[in-house]
Design a protein around this ligand. Structure first.
Ligand SMILES: Nc1ncnc2c1ncn2[C@@H]1O[C@H](COP(=O)(O)OP(=O)(O)OP(=O)(O)O)[C@@H](O)[C@H]1O
Length: 581
């Protein structure tokens, strides 16, 4: 049963145990909340029966009922406290565990996944869905289970006491349940659409914030806001429609329950006049009828949250089911050669991006990937670090297939310097320290000097402690790239994956970046996407990728002699340079 609940509600093992405890104490609370009715029952029996039947006598004094009342109150308070702790407090623990588990999952997903997925969608699953589930699991789900259990238990007891009045009390329950089942069917689609609309709107807002520079520079503010307004209107209308429908159905169910009280009154009067029951029993059932539907009403009040439950849990399960990359963690290669052997790869099935790509990038040598745009250079470099898993062939690091190595273990051997440098809203020194978290200030400053960063950092208002703003907004493109090189230098990994900057850097910046790169790649296995002929002529090997295949391979001198794609690229670039000279 634990396993079923764990799966059904996307709970952790401990969360499932807490949940069962929560249901137990909520059921107990539902039952002890009948104590006031029991109290009235006992008191009336003792004090009213002698009025109806003069031969009966009062057995307990008022002090007895005062004491009983106090005991009942203490018991109710104690159970309510236990119930609160077992549902509300543990729900927050479970929510934290659920978020940690999802974050752990994200950590193990292939890096490529983050390029394909909408990140605001993932954040909203981890944060919003978890928050909503907190509410549902504290207010609605244990209450729903507890209502069913307590109703059955109380119902059985009442049937033994008087079956006709019990029937009058409980006949409404199956009808209310039918209304709920119908509403679930009717509302499911409404809620699904609402949920999607909400996500679309948050995505649009997130995208607007991410691209605010482009929106402003192309005067797209009005168009963007109009579109957002339209989507917000659709979302609002759909939300109101869903709420009205849900409200109508909840009201119908709650009114049905009131019919239960009415039928107890009517049936009770009939039985009373026929002499089947006495006034005392009639009063008791009236008191019980006024209390017994409270837990069920509580469930109705949280019906919308219950109906959203499946949608949210499905989202969580979907995330949990995403395939993760695994592999051995005790990996130590003997050398750092990277070899591609007949590698085939496609991002989407049916559209192959690399076909039978084979080359060897030797340790201590620069291997430059060149070729026309879209040829597969970036893809190959990312595959070397197992950002994706390949379809066919092998990528070997020191003779080991990278597909068999745990990605986190594998990435310890790589330094990555790509063009889209990500910087944090922290000090420059901490941004460089990302390369090696336990590096001393002296080590950081040393690599900053090698990466040609020291000069511009020292000119900043607070030197190395200057906070560089969100994603380093206060830095130029060249400065960002040099920080990224400093990070990689600090990491000092044996393999360097490098995407040379294509942006037209000024001569000074370019020279400094080249100096930084030269320091970085010394004695390493270097796989570089080269855009400048200066880098290419220094490479030990050149791999020309065209349309996802290796079109040419060899040393710069060998390829120049072949008079193929590479030599034409060199000629073209020299011609362009001579125009600008
Ligand atoms: N994430 C992705 N999803 C789907 N297709 C992609 C993805 N990234 C790249 N592609 C496709 O794969 C092919 C190779 O792209 P890749 O970026 O590797 O080429 P490239 O040689 O590095 O190009 P460039 O020099 O323009 O950067 C292209 O057709 C591209 O459209």
């Amino acid at each position: 049963m634990f396993n079923i609940l764990e799966k059904r509600f996307a709970l952790t093992h401990k969360g499932t145990k807490d949940f069962v405890k929560g249901v137990f104490f909520t059921t107990l609370l539902d039952i002890v909340l009948m104590f006031p009715a029991v109290f009235v029952f006992l008191f009336l029996e003792d004090y009213i029966r002698p009025i109806i039947n003069p031969s009966a006598a009062i057995t307990n004094g008022l002090w007895y009922y005062t004491l009983l009342g106090v005991i009942f109150m203490i018991v109710m308070w104690a159970i309510a406290r236990l119930q609160y702790r077992s549902t509300f407090t543990t729900v927050y623990d479970e929510s934290a565990n659920r978020r940690i588990s999802l974050a752990e999952k994200l950590r193990k997903l292939p890096l490529a996944f983050f390029g394909e997925k909408n990140l605001s969608d993932l954040t909203s699953t981890i944060m919003d869905d978890s928050t909503e589930l907190e509410h549902t699991f504290s207010h609605a789900v244990p209450q729903m289970f507890a209502s069913i259990i307590s109703m059955v238990l109380i119902g059985i007891g009442m049937f033994f006491y008087n079956w006709q009045l019990s029937l009058a009390l409980f006949w409404v329950i199956p009808f209310a349940a039918i209304v709920i089942l119908i509403s679930k069917k009717l509302l499911h689609n409404e809620f699904q659409v609402n949920y999607q609309n909400k996500r679309d709107v948050s995505e649009q807002i997130q995208e607007g914030l991410d691209t605010i520079q482009e929106i402003k520079s192309y005067n797209r503010e009005d168009a963007y806001l109009n579109e957002l307004q339209q989507n917000l209107n659709i979302y609002e209308k759909q939300l109101i429609k869903g709420e009205l429908l849900a409200g109508g159905l909840v009201n119908t169910s709650q009114s049905l329950l009131k019919l239960g009280l009415a039928s107890v009154i009517i049936v009770g009067v009939q039985l009373l006049s026929a002499g089947t029951i006495d006034l005392f029993m009639y009063l008791i059932f009236l008191v019980i009828a006024s209390r017994i539907y409270s837990p069920v009403n509580e469930v109705f009040n949280n019906l919308a949250a219950l109906f959203y439950l499946d949608i949210r849990i499905n989202r969580m399960n979907e995330m949990e089911a995403l395939p993760i990359q695994q592999g051995k963690t005790n990996f130590k290669p003997e050398n750092y050669d990277i070899e591609f052997r007949n590698v085939c790869f496609s991002y989407q099935t049916g559209k192959q991006v690399l076909q039978n790509v084979s080359f060897l990038a030797k340790q201590g040598e620069v291997t430059a990937l060149v070729g026309p745009s879209g040829g597969g250079k970036s893809t190959s470099v990312k595959l070397a670090a197992r950002f994706w898993d390949i379809d066919k062939g092998n990528i070997l690091l020191g003779g080991y297939d990278v597909g068999t190595i745990d990605p986190e273990t594998l990435l310890q051997y790589y330094s990555v310097v790509f063009q889209d440098v990500v910087l944090f809203n922290a000090s420059v020194i901490d941004n460089i320290r990302v390369g090696k978290m336990d590096a001393t200030d002296e080590e950081v400053i040393q690599v900053a000097k090698l990466a040609q960063c020291d000069e511009f950092i020292c000119k900043m208002y607070n030197g190395y402690q200057t906070v560089i703003g969100e994603n380093g907004e206060t830095l130029s493109g060249g400065e960002r790239q040099r920080i990224s090189i400093a990070r990689a230098l600090l990491k000092n990994a044996p393999i360097v994956l490098l995407d040379e900057a294509t942006a037209s850097l000024d001569v000074e910046n370019e020279t400094k970046i080249q100096a930084g790169i030269s320091a970085l790649i010394k004695d390493k296995t270097v796989l570089i996407i080269a855009h400048r002929m200066r880098t290419v002529t220094n490479a030990g090997k050149i791999v020309v990728l065209e349309n996802g295949t290796v079109a040419e391979i060899g040393s710069p001198d060998e390829l120049k002699k072949q008079n193929g794609i590479f030599s034409k690229m060199v000629e073209r670039q020299m011609a362009v340079q001579s125009i600008y000279r």
